[in-house]
Design a protein around this ligand. Structure first.
Ligand SMILES: Cc1ncc(COP(=O)(O)O)c(C=O)c1O
Length: 427
């Protein structure tokens, strides 16, 4: 987990040359800290991998929707994948003329209208009723809606069931049979402009095989689609889902390898048939920002209760409302001290938060040398952490700061105030 951007120097944990302890002195805890050089390096790697190919990589906003991060993605020419009007508003606020794809099974009429009024690149349609609804809303605006149909390739991505999205039983997309009918219906709808096809099989996928299988299935669907309907698609959206290492024994394919292998499958398939390959789209989130951030928290109390109940608890000031992945997906985040101790006498700890639920744990059975007041850091907290934070137990959402390429520290999301939580209420 340690590397070029997060590392120890003289016993202190640093992010790009800045001591984490110094950041905490200014911004307190819990705090998310992101490495701008790490994010930029990933964006540069993406651009290098797709150079010369007709590919748009969209950043999946749900991974981390901070405006400053969206701005970084936009300046590096990424498009955006959104799943709500709120996310789309964020993108429009952060990037001029962004290329946006809109996914999700439950788009409202208002969201469809908003997307169409703001020149969406593609609405990724996930059901027949949604297709008809898009046609109706587009009719009201007297424009043709650019649409992709999301196909469910029924591929097992070998990930946590909550983030597997491409199996037959999942709520997402349409089966091959229903998808074919949806395209035929789309041909007959006057306000639908059929642009592409779309699939997304899940997240935190650690091998290329499921992606290759899904791509092959999408291509054989396209083959049948051309034969049965004559439809020629201008883009293929292969979704996202590339995993990241949450621990040193996880070895996902690199961004470059993922993009090269999957795009070559498509390009070669078209060339073999003497056809021009369409534009390729990806929707990557976790692999862009996941390893670029950490969450830092303070140890409030140590409950050495091993003898009485078989466990020691380290109660920290971050909780499941700040980092829900462990309790939601049984996810693992590496935990390290912000300052290494000279004389270490370690113990095994259940690291828990102050929330009134036994499910409020952030790490289990971790060997650490801890004292009250110590700072600890959770790695790989750049994606699906701050974006999933909530106000449960009326807790404020944490501050988010970024260490910039010029080694300055900038707050990008202020810690929420109690007034902000209470202000929405009408008494
Ligand atoms: C439709 C869609 N596209 C893209 C993504 C991004 O996935 P990842 O962050 O794993 O790349 C998701 C994540 O859930 C998604 O649902």
């Amino acid at each position: 987990m340690l590397g070029k951007n997060f590392y120890y120097q003289g016993g202190d944990l640093l992010c790009d040359g800045i001591k984490i302890e110094n950041i905490v002195q200014k911004y307190s805890t819990p705090v998310f800290i992101y490495s701008e050089p790490h994010i930029k390096e990933n964006l540069n790697r993406i651009n290098k991998a797709i150079n010369g190919k007709q590919i748009t990589v969209c950043y999946a906003v749900k991974a981390n929707p901070a405006l400053s991060i969206l701005k970084l993605a936009g300046t590096k020419n990424l498009g955006f994948d959104v799943v709500s009007e709120g996310e789309m508003r964020r993108v429009l606020k952060s990037s001029p003329e962004p290329k946006i794809v809109f996914s999700g099974v439950g788009k409202t009429d208002e969201e469809i209208r908003f997307a169409l009024q703001n020149e969406i690149f593609s609405l990724n349609v996930e059901s027949l009723p949604e297709l008809n609804r898009v046609n109706m809303v587009a009719n009201g605006l007297n424009i043709r809606a650019p649409v992709s149909i999301r196909i469910n390739p029924d591929v097992n991505p070998d990930t946590h069931p909550y983030i597997a999205t491409g199996l037959r039983e999942n709520k997402f997309g349409l089966s091959m049979e229903d998808g074919m009918n949806a395209y035929k219906t789309a041909q007959s709808l006057p306000f639908i402009d059929i642009k592409g096809i779309d699939c997304h099989i899940g997240s935190q996928i650690l091998s290329l095989e499921p992606f290759e299988q899904a791509t092959e299935k999408v291509l054989s669907f396209i083959d049948q689609l051309m034969k049965e309907t004559g439809i020629v698609l201008s883009h293929i959206n292969l979704g996202g889902g590339l995993g990241i290492p949450y621990s040193d024994n996880e070895n996902p394919p690199s961004l470059e390898h993922f993009l090269n292998v999957t795009s070559d499958v498509v390009i070669n398939w078209y060339r073999k048939r003497g056809l021009n390959p369409p534009h390729l789209v990806y929707e990557l989130g976790r692999s862009v920002v996941g390893n670029s951030g950490i969450l830092v928290a303070k140890v409030l109390y140590l409950k050495n209760t091993m003898e009485s109940n078989g466990k020691n608890f380290a109660v920290i000031d971050a909780a499941m409302n700040d980092l829900i992945r462990p309790t939601l997906y049984n996810a693992h985040h590496e935990v390290v001290p912000v300052t290494m101790k000279k004389k270490t006498c370690s113990n095994k700890w259940e690291i828990v938060g102050p929330i009134c639920e036994s499910g409020d744990w952030l790490a289990k059975n971790r060997e650490l040398s801890l004292s009250e007041g110590d700072l600890i850091c959770f790695f790989s907290a750049g994606a699906y952490c701050s974006s999933m934070a909530s106000n449960y137990n009326s807790r404020r959402k944490p501050a988010e700061v970024i260490v910039s390429c010029d080694n300055t520290v900038r707050e990008i999301v202020r810690r929420e105030s109690y007034d902000e939580i209470l202000n929405r209420e009408i008494t």
